[in-house]
Design a protein. Structure first.
Length: 196
């Protein structure tokens, strides 16, 4: 396998010329920084490119491999998450877990995609009962989410076809046990790469 820096350069080569970071950085800027061998800065610029546009799964796979080689486990997990979104799509939502003493959770949870709660997305069984759907959860911009705190999260449905009718503005209820564990409002649908 190529070294981490080579993987970053390969990812940069996948960027279209009109790609920009939120601060206006270009693929050319990334290549200039790469000549100075500033691995961390180049990696951060490549991550930032994913905030402004949809990028292919292969781009995220290269970044995940580079981060793994560099020992940046959480960054590697994030890039793996983004690869999954590029392949299958996902959702963004504002989540408020139930507060301390109001729901089943008493401690913060890691926001790195390992939690796979069940969600009430409006599905019902043939007899009218509640049918829950599972989606992994990633908390944006923070490593932990405490009960009662709010955050923007990303959801990766394990059975995407069950989630096709979920729309922006829809309210969802999170379950880790039989008791509701939080409420979310959908703020965005993330289509697969090339899916619109």
């Amino acid at each position: 396998m190529p070294d981490a820096f080579t993987l970053l350069l390969q990812a940069a080569d996948l960027l279209p010329d009109d790609a920009r970071t939120p601060d206006g950085g270009t693929p050319s800027d990334i290549r200039d920084c790469a000549r100075g061998h500033d691995w961390e800065f180049v990696f951060d610029l490549l991550l930032a490119m994913g905030r402004t546009r949809s990028l292919p799964p292969g781009y995220w796979a290269l970044l995940a491999d580079a981060a793994e080689q560099a020992g940046r486990e959480r960054a590697a997990r994030w890039c793996g998450w983004r690869r999954g979104e590029a392949e299958r799509g996902g959702l963004r939502a504002e989540l408020v877990p139930t507060g301390p003493g109001e729901g089943p959770r008493r401690t913060p949870f890691d926001g790195d995609g390992r939690l796979r709660p069940m969600w009430d997305i409006g599905l019902r069984t043939p007899d009218g009962g509640l049918r829950l759907a599972v989606a992994a959860l990633w908390v944006e911009d923070r490593p932990l989410l405490a009960p009662g705190a709010s955050a923007t999260v990303r959801l990766a449905p394990l059975t995407p076809e069950l989630w096709h009718s979920v729309t922006v503005g829809q309210s969802l209820t999170m379950y880790e046990t039989r008791e509701p564990g939080g409420r979310a409002r959908v703020i965005g649908v993330v289509p697969p790469f090339g899916g619109g």
